[in-house]
Design a protein. Structure first.
Lengths: 259, 391
């Protein structure tokens, strides 16, 4: 059984590993450098025009800093924060969310590992069918839009469990050339002081439409994060309460609405 | 069926709505026999609790008879006479395990509201806005009861419907307020608000060993109830300076335990009254915390302030310096009903306290608006309007 680390770094984080400036000096990406050059020039110009005031001096200094950042591609602030935007490739959306469930770790793990259970709490999954021990067939609902719960159509793919450590970790990925390229990792650790099991899921989804898809993905990322969070909450509710509380279908004085 | 729906500020109406059905395995359906208004409903009526939607069925303090159970409900059967806790609790989460039921992680069907407003979602409550789950309330012929085995409590034989009713909310809420106050034998306990919950807090203070109970209100008929039913000394804040009076009554020491059974729509006098109304009207503060301020100022050094009156949002001019430098203890929360109801039903069965006197007006569901207005305006010596859908 692998050692479960106490701190988790999402695989998406783009922190460079203590690079020596001599080895790889650049840590600002091209858009950042263009912004720095333009912004730096403007600030330095306005600052110079008002050079007798303290505001002018500050602006000139800030402008000079941005110019340095733009020309050299090296940002001391990025360096200090260990951020490297020059070497970050967009990899689709990826979100990490966690929840604590007051149930023993093996019980929580087993429920998830039985992939057929996933649609019970993942709102947009219609079904998951296990093909063999490692491979499974997934069908998801495509909503009309991000808010509507009406289903427009479905989309299907096959996935494979790539790694699993019993009671610790499951990693899966869609088979190559799937209509929806996605992968996920879910980790199970003991919460402190007998508070059950911490479930941490990282789900990523690769948009199919190149740069336009990337932009759409970035815009939709907050909604996607909310979705993963809600799914984990439903998972917790299903295990702790035995059902997912609902008001859909209850009476109210509103016509044409069932809650 | 008929149900009383919230329509807008100070407006309810009795509507025909569909009957409720079992939606989850742990649900039951109760035929409502008695359903009471509650002071906290007035915050909904006044428009101070956000997340109300026109058409929501209100009401959360009730008792009735089980008519249908879901497949996971084993403890009850058709025909059982039960009192229903206003707060919903799943029973399986960390908070339910600690008997902190109104903090339940799972019972709120619309957790996003309070998660955003308070940082974490809190439990669901019947008929108390979409922030607290959006559950259809009890002023109806039938109500769906989620987590029925945790929410319903069998009424002992020999206890009337009227006596059992208030163990749903007013009694456990008042009892929790007294419990949270940490009363030690002989303590002087002051209760602000002589409504249903306040009166129950006074009875509970005696049960928990108080040496003296003082009630504060502005309505003479309510103070009379406090005096005659709950054996309290009474102060009318319209007539006396409360802080001075409390100091005099306690030999200059101040009361040991101060209980706020009023909450966010406190009435006050003078400039403070104008200030709070203006800020609340302009939505610069949600809540008018005059009672809370007074309780903090009145409380003796090292004493306890127990807050059970409902607050929803932000308050202003909070005397933090007095609270801090006097070393006060604060306890507060929505009722942990499931923790207290069995014990209180026992107390009622033994006749030690009979809360039935709170029921002053029994009305049909058609009288929703009248029932609420009488309760709000404190006319006809109204303590509680109670709807009896079955007549």
């Amino acid at each position: 059984m692998a050692n479960t680390s106490k701190t988790f770094t999402p695989p998406s984080s783009k922190r460079s590993e203590n690079q020596e400036p001599t080895e790889n000096f650049t840590n600002v990406g091209t858009p950042g450098r263009i912004f720095s050059l333009l912004g730096g020039t403007a600030l330095a110009y306005y600052g110079w025009k008002k050079k007798d005031s303290s505001l002018g001096k500050s602006l000139t200094t800030a402008g000079a800093y941005l110019l340095l950042r733009g020309v050299s591609g090296f940002c001391p602030v990025n360096k200090a924060l260990q951020i490297d935007t020059a070497h970050a490739d967009f990899e689709g959306f990826e979100v990490t969310s966690s929840v604590t469930i007051l149930k023993p770790r093996n019980e929580v793990y087993q429920f998830w590992r039985q992939l057929e259970n996933l649609p019970k709490f993942m709102e947009y999954l219609k079904s998951v069918k296990q093909i063999d021990d490692k491979r499974s067939h997934w069908v998801a609902k495509v909503p009309k839009n991000i808010i509507s719960k009406e289903t427009l159509s479905t989309v299907a793919w096959d996935a494979k469990i790539e790694q699993e450590e019993e009671n610790n970790r499951i990693v899966w990925r869609s088979e190559p050339n799937s209509e929806v390229e996605n992968s996920g990792e879910v980790r199970f650790t003991d919460a402190p002081a007998n508070r059950g099991t911490v479930v941490q899921a990282t789900i990523s989804y690769h948009p199919p439409f190149g740069v336009a898809g990337e932009l759409a993905a970035k815009l939709l990322n907050p909604a996607f994060k909310e979705l993963v969070k809600q799914d984990l909450r439903r998972f917790k509710r299903l295990l702790e309460a035995g059902e997912i509380p609902t008001i859909i279908g209850q009476p109210s004085g509103r016509k044409d609405e069932n809650y | 069926m008929k149900a009383i729906c919230w329509e807008g500020i100070n407006k309810v109406s009795t509507e025909r709505v569909p009957d409720p059905t079992i939606l989850n395995p742990r649900d039951a359906i109760v035929r409502v026999l008695l359903s009471s208004v509650c002071g906290s409903d007035l915050h909904l009526l006044g428009g101070y609790i956000p997340a109300m939607r026109s058409g929501d069925i209100i009401g959360h303090e009730f008792m009735g008879e089980i008519v249908e159970v879901g497949p996971e409900v084993k403890k009850f059967k058709k025909g059982d006479r039960v009192v229903v806790c206003s707060v919903l609790a799943c029973g399986g989460c960390e908070y339910c395990q600690r008997e902190e039921y109104s903090l339940c992680d799972n019972s709120n069907a619309e957790p996003e509201w309070t998660e955003k407003a308070y940082g974490y979602p809190v439990a669901g409550i019947f008929g108390y806005s979409h922030a607290l789950g959006g559950y259809a309330g009890s002023h109806a012929e039938y109500t769906r009861i989620p987590f029925a085995e945790n929410t319903c409590f069998k009424v002992p034989d020999g206890v009337s419907n009227e006596s059992a009713l208030f163990t749903s909310d007013a009694f456990p809420t008042g009892y929790m307020a007294a419990d949270f106050a940490g009363i030690e034998p002989g303590d002087t306990v002051v209760v602000w608000g002589a409504g249903g919950v306040g009166l129950m807090a006074m009875h509970s203070a005696w049960l928990l060993g108080a040496g003296r109970v003082i009630a504060i209100d502005q309505y003479p008929y309510r103070l009379e109830q406090a005096r005659s039913r709950a054996n309290a000394e009474v102060l009318n804040f319209r007539e006396v300076d409360v802080l001075q009076a409390l100091k005099e009554m306690t030999g200059g020491r101040g009361p040991d335990r101060c209980i706020d059974c009023v909450g966010m729509e406190a009435n006050s006098t003078g400039i403070e009254r104008i200030y709070d109304y203006a800020k609340q009207y302009a939505r610069l503060q949600n809540d008018r915390p005059a009672v809370l301020r007074q309780a903090i100022m009145a409380c003796r050094k090292g004493g306890t302030v127990s807050i059970i009156g409902v607050y929803g949002g932000f308050i202003d001019k909070f005397p933090m310096g007095a609270a801090m430098n006097k070393g006060l203890t604060f306890r507060m929360g929505q009722q942990f009903g499931q923790r207290y109801i069995p014990k209180l039903l026992d107390i009622v069965a033994k006749g030690e306290v009979d809360p039935a006197y709170l029921l002053t007006h029994k009305l049909s569901l058609d009288m929703g608006q009248e029932g609420y207005m009488m309760f709000k305006e404190k006319t006809n010596n109204n303590m509680r309007s109670v709807f009896a859908p079955a007549g």
